[in-house]
Design a protein around this ligand. Structure first.
Ligand code: ADP
Ligand code: MG
Length: 535
């Protein structure tokens, strides 16, 4: 059945131009998305030498008839949109009608396809954009696309390819996005004759995560159910407090099933984690946002291919480029923590290196970092005081006055009561001038005016996006460390016992206010594995 149409010029001109083939991962993305749009239940991907030598994608989707096969290689030929109004709410992954012609113009390209009821299918071979063979072919129903010698006819592009390993990793990352975004589809990925993963189709995201990343990760995730508002529904799973990664590789966000990288959502997630995320680390998220398709503009230039996240780059990797831009709207992501309340009967064994408290529980061995634990306890104690009666403040020996630019002065006027709750004794002292006579008792500050300027800078930018109490939390988190029990501070048994009890009573016992873990569990099963008692 013929489905594909050439878009009329009026529609084609409104489709934002997309540079679809920048590197092997972008080819794989386009081909896999085509398979998903074709209703595939099973997709097999095979690559050789970073995809540069070969990429093959086989699906069991709807296939194409002979006319459509030929049309699919024309620019702006698509079965997915017809009119400009379709651009308003796109329900498929593709819509530009550009991928196949672009890929076929820079490779040795072969496509075989058969519709389920058709007697015969079609095979088409294109070299560097020139159709060389069209004949009967296509054994199983579905479509198979083979892309060999990428950029063989465009040496300038070929030069920009990275090491084969890097290209392979980028392809793998792309496939992780597709596999997580489409758990209902079975995926097999073979790289240089080695099966990297084989994922059965499943209805549950949790099964897909387990199959792809293992049980250990799944156990550290918190499900999000029924979060959101009338305009936005948020579901999926995110890492519990203390779980973080050095790269963005497991920070996955989908809007209406489409993987995106949005600085806005990244910032919202960070804000949600707040002190539960270690500085410079990335959270683990499998976050699904569903919004009215009319509220998402997917028709933006496809820049992503130019700069896919370089997974090997470690901390502070390449800048986040939006794969698709989402119109900014405020998004509230619930804090992950409230979830698990630790029950566990502990038996203290001793303290290692004057730092790690060793304990036994039903599951095995637990190690607690006494310094991190104490930080968490102090942090929550101060936060509670701030929320209730206010942080106790201490009078300065000498009252200080200072002047501020009108805007900053205005900000202080508006936030005076919050600052006072945070233990900062501040009041107006003439036009744009303030007097400061006390500061939080736990601070060790010599120059009050300088401290205030720093606080205003920190808090002004933060207050644009977070609640005022968060500002106070930030300040406490930054200073609490100095007061916490240090490594090398020998504690008596009773003190250790009290420390652990206090920790377990915290709202968020699993990480310190800087997001580092406070405790690590080594399960009996893991011990048995390590000692070779069980495999
Ligand atoms: P787009 O996906 O934006 O429509 P493409 O160039 O990727 O553009 O594909 C052109 C058309 O070819 C698609 O609209 C679809 O009808 C058809 N097509 C591509 N890949 C497949 C596939 N794997 N199975 C069935 N049809 C396909
Ligand atoms: Mg496509």
């Amino acid at each position: 059945m013929s489905r594909i149409r050439l878009l009329p010029e009026t529609v084609a001109s409104q489709v934002a131009a997309g540079e679809v083939v920048e590197r092997p991962a972008s080819v794989v993305k386009e081909l896999v998305e085509n398979s998903i749009d074709a209703g595939a239940r099973k997709i097999d991907i095979l690559i050789r030498r970073g995809g540069i030598s070969l990429m093959r994608v086989i699906d069991d989707g709807c296939g194409m008839d002979r006319d459509d096969t030929l049309l699919s290689l024309e620019r702006h030929a698509t079965s997915k949109i017809r009119s400009v109004s379709d651009l308003e709410a796109i329900g498929t992954l593709g819509f530009r009608g550009e991928a196949l012609p672009s890929i076929a113009s820079v490779s040795r390209f072969r496509l075989t396809t058969r519709e389920p009821d058709a007697v015969a299918g079609t095979e088409i071979v294109v070299n560097g954009g020139k159709i060389d063979i069209v004949r009967d072919g296509g054994e199983a129903p579905g479509t198979q696309v083979e892309v060999r010698s990428l950029f063989y006819n465009v040496p300038a592009r070929r030069k920009f390819l990275r090491a084969e390993n890097t290209e392979s990793r980028n392809i793998e990352h792309q496939l992780h996005l597709q596999a997580i975004g489409h758990a209902q589809v079975a995926f097999t990925f073979v790289r240089d004759e080695r099966v990297v993963f084989q994922l059965p189709a499943t209805a549950a995201l949790t099964d897909r995560i387990r199959d792809l990343y293992g049980n250990e990760l799944l156990a550290q995730l918190v499900p999000l159910n029924g979060v959101g508002s009338t305009q936005i529904r948020i579901s999926g799973l995110i890492g519990q407090a203390g779980l973080s990664r050095q790269t963005r590789a497991q920070q996955l966000v989908f809007v209406n099933g489409r993987a995106i990288e949005s600085p806005l959502i990244t910032a919202a997630v960070r804000e949600g984690y707040h002190t539960a995320l270690m500085k410079g680390q990335y959270p683990v998220t499998f976050l699904f946002l569903e919004v009215d398709p009319g509220g998402v503009d997917v028709n933006v230039p496809e820049e992503s291919h130019r700069e896919l996240p370089q997974l090997e780059s470690g901390r502070g990797g390449s800048p986040n480029r939006p794969q698709t831009q989402v119109r900014p709207r405020p998004i509230e992501v619930n804090r992950p923590y409230q979830e698990a309340t630790p029950q566990q009967q502990f038996q203290i064994i001793g303290v290692l290196n004057k730092l790690y408290v060793l304990m036994e529980n039903a599951d095995g061995l637990v190690l607690v970092d006494q310094h991190a634990a104490h930080e968490r306890i102090l942090f929550e104690e101060l936060r509670r005081r701030m929320e209730e009666q206010g942080v106790p403040s201490q009078k300065l020996l000498i009252t200080q006055t200072f002047e501020l630019p009108p805007r900053d002065a205005d900000w202080i006027e508006q936030n005076m009561s919050i600052l006072q709750k945070m233990g900062i004794g501040i009041e107006s002292f003439g036009p744009n001038t303030f007097k400061i006579d006390s500061l939080p008792g736990f601070l060790n500050v010599t120059d009050g005016a300088q401290f205030m300027r720093k606080v205003i800078d920190d808090l002004k930018s933060a207050s644009d996006r977070s609640s005022p109490l968060r500002l106070g939390e930030d300040m406490i988190a930054k200073t609490v460390c100095r007061h916490a029990v240090k490594a090398n501070d020998p504690l008596r048994y009773l003190e250790v016992e009290k420390l652990i009890q206090d920790l377990l009573e915290c709202d968020l016992p699993y990480c310190c206010p800087h997001g580092r873990p406070t405790m690590i569990q080594i399960s009996n099963a893991e011990l048995e594995r390590k000692f070779g008692r069980k495999v």
